[in-house]
Write a protein that binds this ligand. Structure first.
Ligand SMILES: [Zn+2]
Length: 444
């Protein structure tokens, strides 16, 4: 990397800025070296997992569990989700084994870890070692000069030229990767994305755009007795907002044209169309009554605005009252607690999500697991039951991960290596200092 060039008549700020930039370059170099070390360690951890699995079992599922257990061991130590660690272990091993020049460049601080991962990710289709080496050499030269996103664009073009298969063959494969995902963005908003064949994605975009433009032409109001166009009021939403509103409307209320549950082309009343969206909202009593605006959450964790929460509450066909401890806010009971049907609802209300450290998979997608096995005398009782997602339930069953539930609802996990991490219970109440009421205000 180049040091900052000197300028003719530097003032005080120029000198400070030059030192600052030199400092950032030094930091960046140190970070690249640390990232290279981390990649080598993650790759070594995956090698150990593979070696162990190979000596223990021929079953693919068991080999996977060995990897997950090691990833969980690292994840709980670093407070990172084990799946993220597992993905990083795989990418690290690919880099170490298939892209030695890229790893060297990272260790020498000539590129960043983001550049290195771009090279690994974009080169995945090139299986022939000679082709891959040519790809690595070509893209690395560019990576020395440009940003990681620009490296990706260049790498895509290089792969296109070196690819052993035609675009038709590759599309047939790529279409299997179609998917929809959701990611939270804060402020009660989330991102919903989709990977679909380009032709269909363009079609969806075009239809939404046309519908948005049509909506914009509809006059929504005009001053009384005045029909002049100049005074007419049109939809105030911009095109982006209308596209989003139309898409939400279609997805939440429309039914699929082809419905495998009825075996025929069906109208909106068909099997799949009858499935309604589900959401689990927790609303403090004061917020539900409109006396406060805080504390409403989706699945007990994701903040939602009070208006949306009250609107859902008003339309809900049934709801559960949750009693919480007045001081620490932990769930004490649900309103109509009766075993066994309500034990399940109680657990969902108390845990809200999978209780493996770091996992946020919502309780409605989780199994109810006996912390101490029922077969070993563990009772079917809230103090011995917890929500665990499939992934972590399997991990606990297959490997010696030991949960122990404490009196306050925390679960203390002991890893196969004896490392202890504690998953605290959810709480619904947070006390904030309120400003003193003005003099003469009635006591509440
Ligand atoms: Zn989980």
């Amino acid at each position: 990397m180049t040091r900052t060039a000197s300028i003719a008549h530097p003032d005080e700020d120029d000198v400070a800025l030059a030192e600052l930039i030199d400092g950032l370059i030094t930091d960046d170099e140190a970070i690249a070296q640390i990232e290279a070390d981390e990649i080598v360690r993650l790759a070594a951890a995956l090698r150990i997992a593979k070696k162990r699995a190979a000596t223990q079992s021929v079953e693919t599922r068991m080999r996977e569990v060995e990897e997950r257990s090691i990833a969980s061991e690292i994840g709980t130590a670093l407070r990172v989700h084990d799946r993220a660690i597992q993905n990083r272990m795989h990418a690290a091993l690919e880099l170490v084994e298939d892209y030695p020049a890229t790893l060297d460049a990272l260790a020498e601080s000539r590129i960043s870890a983001r550049h290195a991962m771009v090279i690994v990710e974009e080169g995945r289709d090139l299986v022939d070692p000679d082709t891959r080496a040519l790809y690595e050499r070509t893209v690395l030269e560019r990576a020395f000069l440009v940003t990681a996103p620009a490296t990706r664009t260049f790498a895509e073009q290089v792969v296109e030229e070196l690819h052993p298969r035609s675009i038709t063959e590759r599309h047939r494969e790529a279409v299997k990767g179609r998917t929809v995902w959701m990611q939270r963005r804060g402020e009660g908003m989330s991102e919903l994305g989709m990977i679909a064949p380009t032709v269909l994605a363009e079609g969806i975009w075009d239809r939404l755009t046309q519908q948005a433009h049509e909506t914009k032409t509809v006059q929504v109001a005009a001053p009384e007795g005045d029909t002049e166009d100049d005074d007419a009021v049109y939809d105030q939403r911009n095109l982006d907002q209308i596209r989003a509103d139309v898409a939400i409307d279609l997805l939440l209320t429309g039914g699929p044209t082809i419905d495998p549950t009825t075996g025929a082309i069906t109208g909106p009343a068909g099997g799949l169309a009858a499935i309604q969206a589900r959401a689990s909202i927790v609303i403090p009593a004061l917020t539900a009554a409109g006396l406060a605006d805080r504390g409403a959450t989706l699945d007990g964790a994701i903040p939602v605005d009070a208006d949306t929460a009250r609107c859902l509450l008003a339309g809900a066909s049934s709801w559960e009252r949750i009693l919480t401890h007045p001081i620490h806010g932990h769930v004490l009971a649900t309103d109509t607690y009766r075993r066994p049907a309500n034990l399940d609802r109680y657990l969902a209300a108390r845990d809200m999500h999978c209780r493996f450290p770091g996992c946020r998979r919502p309780a409605r997608h989780c199994d109810r697991d006996h912390n101490r096995d029922w077969a070993l005398g563990g009772p079917t009782d809230a103090c011995n039951l917890a929500c665990l997602c499939k992934r972590h339930h399997t991990l606990k069953t297959e490997k010696p991960w030991k949960p122990m539930q404490l009196r306050d609802g925390s679960i203390r996990w002991t890893s196969p290596h004896g490392r202890v991490s504690t998953d605290p219970p959810e709480r619904y109440v947070i006390f904030r200092d309120e400003p003193d009421p003005p003099p003469g205000a009635p006591p509440f």
